[in-house]
Design a binder for this molecule. Structure first.
Ligand code: SF4
Ligand code: ZN
Length: 268
């Protein structure tokens, strides 16, 4: 995934996965003096949740001597996620969820910071559980071709995009939790107040039950997708990216997804 002189931007939320990955990456990086690492934390603006995580992210970066950048939804989009959620709830439209907004806006924010620091890679701590959940989510949403994008390295298809890598994508969540406990890494304990709304939660429970009864089920799902990915990629049309007419970022259509979502709430 990495070259000896890469500049790596690392998404650090303050949870166990990203802090464990940060500790491991710092350890590896010590052997590569030409490489550079910078942690990036996105403050979505979730009261009573992000504050604790932010402190832990800052503390860990200081302790490990890692450069750290923080970017907030408020400064990038003019609104905290809490404020957007208020508007979403008033709209009473079922397909709008806090997580759908949060995910799209955070991805954009992370890419912007990674590009700013001229990173070669943007590393995220998605684990085996996240990856298998995303695969099933795509199936349930009827978005089968998107499964092809669930992969360890998602190369940059446009100069404005930074290549994304997932070094933990084959590591089960429980093993990362064990690592964090063994290394005495302090991570955020409380769950996001909006997490309950996600279909992802139902899929997580289902996969955990499956894994308990049929050990290896999650790995098998990942391996199966690896085998059919070339066929999925061949079926999908190559996405021609251009600049969004509103913000100038990359998009397939005329207006990018973050702008579309903000427009739908009437805040852009
Ligand atoms: Fe954002 Fe949803 Fe994760 Fe909360 S659970 S941080 S709203 S994606
Ligand atoms: Zn846009």
């Amino acid at each position: 995934m990495l070259k000896p002189d890469d500049v790596v931007a690392m998404a650090v939320s303050g949870g166990k996965d990203s802090l464990s990955l940060l500790h491991i990456m710092v350890k590896i990086e010590k052997n590569f003096p030409e490489a550079r690492m910078c942690a990036v934390t996105v403050d979505e603006g979730i009261r009573g949740y992000r504050d604790e995580a932010m402190k832990l992210a800052v503390k860990n970066c200081q302790k490990l001597g890692v450069e750290h950048k923080v970017v907030s939804f408020k400064e990038m989009y003019g609104y905290r996620l809490d404020e957007l959620v208020d508007i979403i709830q008033k709209k009473e439209e079922k397909d709008l969820t806090p997580c759908s907004y949060c995910g799209v806006l955070r991805r954009r924010a992370l890419n912007s910071v990674a590009r700013e620091i001229e990173a070669d890679n943007l590393a995220t701590a998605h684990n085996l559980d996240d990856e298998t959940q995303t695969i099933l989510l795509n199936i349930i949403h009827g978005d089968a071709l998107r499964i092809a994008r669930v992969k360890p390295v998602l190369s940059a298809s446009h100069p404005k995009l930074v290549q994304r890598i997932k070094p933990f994508c084959e590591v089960p969540e429980r093993e990362i939790a064990l690592y964090a406990h063994l290394k005495k890494i302090r991570f955020q304990g409380i769950p996001c107040p909006y997490a309950q709304t996600a279909l992802r939660n139902d899929i997580r429970s289902m996969l955990n039950t499956m894994e308990q009864k049929h050990t290896g089920a999650k790995f098998t799902i990942l391996r199966s997708i690896e085998r059919i990915r070339p066929a999925l990629e061949a079926m999908g049309e190559e996405e021609k990216l251009r600049n969004c007419r509103l913000c100038g970022e990359t998009t397939i259509g005329e207006v990018c997804k973050p702008c579309q979502m903000l427009q739908r709430l009437g805040v852009l």
